[in-house]
Design a protein around this ligand. Structure first.
Ligand code: HEM
Length: 522
């Protein structure tokens, strides 16, 4: 027995030693620079990730080791422009990496689809719902929510207001509503944020963050645990603790919201947009492609299978999820920067002087020529991308030559826009908020900047909600800045707004307190 146990221990030690020797010296990736721990075990990066430091750590590694860094035994991070074209182009052969399977529940929605054909079909069916022309039809719904936001700012003038919490509620109200968190909105007849689910979440109207936002916070933690430590997930899923069980169910509840909302929507409005006269994104998904006259779908082959109700539920849940924290974090950092740069508030106000808002809310078409507004938004997306982390892809069969190294098939390769958008050779003083870098820039320089600027990713897997996000960002910024000046509240401490990320970014302190004052003659 004694001998048997020592043999087992020796075998384990030999196996660990062999793995280390192979990973560090013999692997086809061994010539790629990177920290020793990263070469030895994937668990090192997982722990960094769980602590919320993946993006900032990889950024530091690129500064130390250069544009190609080995961040795991079978994972490599890149940061130069040539590789962006290879990984994230329209014709890229690199599929999303297996980690996306861990982040998907059934039926898999567009975000988690890894097979090219499945994704292409789904994207065709959904993209018309996010076309600029569709979004312009929905503008009154968005404007209604922005108006509610302005009321919040108005009633808090002169005192610290946590804009992170406020913008989360705004973004959530824009994309949908939950039946069971809805607050009777008769007192707020203009609270009609119903782009995806047909009704507002009522978050701004209720002055309380709905339970949905708590589940949103838990979602990535649960999926991260499930993906990185499946045995811990499985083992603890038997814990007889109601609180723990409820925590683990968060991703499933997020999906259930989509299902409930769809059922209720169909009962209320039916499936025929010519009867309901609805102008929302859900209508575009419910109607079979054959009944739509959109130019995009006119080209759609007839063999494309329409979305089932289950698919629609999953996609609406995905959109609410994808469209909430991304937009609210961007708005938070945008106002945080404006609060520290009053000169950019003044320049915006001069530019917006001729814009005549209705009920305080600017019209999107009136903002089309506002170059300073564009520059402020672009600079925020550069310095504070809401999805700053590596977008992981899988090297296709046969392997590829990338960044001067041969990368074998199956290796996970990625780039993070947090790093590409801080390349000092293209963005001088990269840590400085300077919207001027986007104004009157020589064409060649602008082209170089636009290659590295990828907050919405690029190519076939680029963000589907980009137009909606930009519309929200511009409407809110223009409407608020025209009426209010903003400054940092004295309660904010250095480091409060430093980056923490679990795929999506969030300020380390979880709050951003600013003080708004009414602008004279607004
Ligand atoms: C400032 C706001 C936003 C930012 C910075 C952002 C960023 C991104 C990024 C970087 C990706 C690629 C993710 C990956 O490859 O893993 C992505 C994908 C996606 N985003 Fe957004 N997003 C924003 C807002 C929205 C909104 C408002 C919606 C919808 C309501 C949305 C829906 C999606 C969807 C469906 C995908 C997956 C697309 C596909 O795989 O074909 N996003 N987004």
């Amino acid at each position: 027995m004694h001998l048997h146990l020592s043999t087992i221990i020796c075998a384990i030690i030999a196996s660990i030693a062999w793995t280390i020797v192979y990973n560090v010296f013999l692997s086809p990736l061994s010539a790629i620079p990177g920290p020793l721990f990263a070469k030895i075990t994937a668990k090192w990066l997982i722990l960094v990730d769980l602590a919320g430091n993946r993006t900032s750590t990889i950024h530091r590694l690129h500064r130390t080791y250069g544009s190609v860094v080995r961040v795991g035994p079978t994972e490599v991070s890149f940061s130069d422009a040539e590789v962006i074209k290879e990984l994230y182009s329209q014709n890229s052969a690199y599929m999303k990496a297996p980690v996306y399977d861990d982040f998907s529940l059934q039926p898999v929605g567009i975000f988690g689809m890894r097979k090219k054909e499945d994704h292409k079909q789904r994207r065709r069916l959904l993209s018309h719902a996010f076309a600029q022309s569709t979004l312009l039809e929905t503008e009154p719904l968005i404007a209604g929510v922005v108006k509610l936001l302005l009321e919040h700012v108005e009633s808090n003038v002169g005192q610290p207001l946590d804009v992170l919490a406020l913008f989360r509620m705004l973004a959530l109200d824009v994309v949908g509503e939950l039946e069971h968190t809805r607050i009777a909105s008769t007192a707020y007849p203009w609270c009609v944020g119903e782009l995806l689910l047909g009704k507002s979440f009522g978050a701004l109207a209720s002055h309380e963050p709905p339970a949905y936002l708590e589940d949103l916070d838990r979602n990535f933690m649960v999926l991260g645990l499930k993906s990185s430590f499946p045995w811990v997930f499985k083992l603890t899923s038997y814990f007889p603790s109601k609180r723990w069980q409820s925590f683990l169910r968060a991703p499933y509840r997020l999906n259930d919201y989509g299902g409930h909302a769809l059922k209720e929507y169909i009962v209320r409005y039916g499936r025929d947009p010519s009867r309901s006269k609805r102008k929302d994104l859900l209508t575009k998904m419910i109607v079979p492609p054959s009944a739509l006259s959109d130019a995009a779908l006119a080209k759609t082959p007839t063999d494309i299978v329409p979305l089932t109700d289950n698919d629609i539920s999953m996609e609406t849940a995905n959109f609410v999820f994808a469209g909430t924290d991304t937009t609210s974090t961007t708005l938070t950092y945008l106002f945080w920067q404006l609060a520290q740069h009053s000169e950019w508030q003044d320049r915006l106000r001069v530019e917006l002087a001729s814009v005549q808002p209705v009920d305080g809310v600017a019209a999107f078409n009136d903002l089309a020529e506002c170059r300073i507004l564009d520059a402020v938004v672009s600079e925020t997306l550069r310095l504070h991308p809401a999805a700053p982390a590596s977008l992981q892809r899988e090297t296709p069969a046969g392997g590829r030559e990338l960044g001067g190294h041969f990368i074998p098939a199956g290796t996970v390769v990625s780039m993070q826009c947090y790093t590409t958008q801080r390349d000092p050779s293209v963005f001088p003083n990269p840590e400085t908020f300077d919207p001027a870098r986007w104004l009157g820039t020589p064409e060649k320089q602008l082209a170089a900047m636009n290659v590295l600027q990828m907050p919405f990713s690029r190519g076939t897997r680029a963000c589907l909600g980009k137009n909606l996000a930009l519309m929200e960002l511009k409407l809110v910024t223009a409407s608020v800045v025209k009426r209010y000046s903003v400054a940092v509240a004295s309660s904010m401490e250095p480091g409060d707004m430093d980056l923490k990320d679990h795929f999506l970014a969030v300020p380390k302190s979880g709050r951003c307190e600013l003080v708004f004052e009414k602008v004279v003659d607004a």
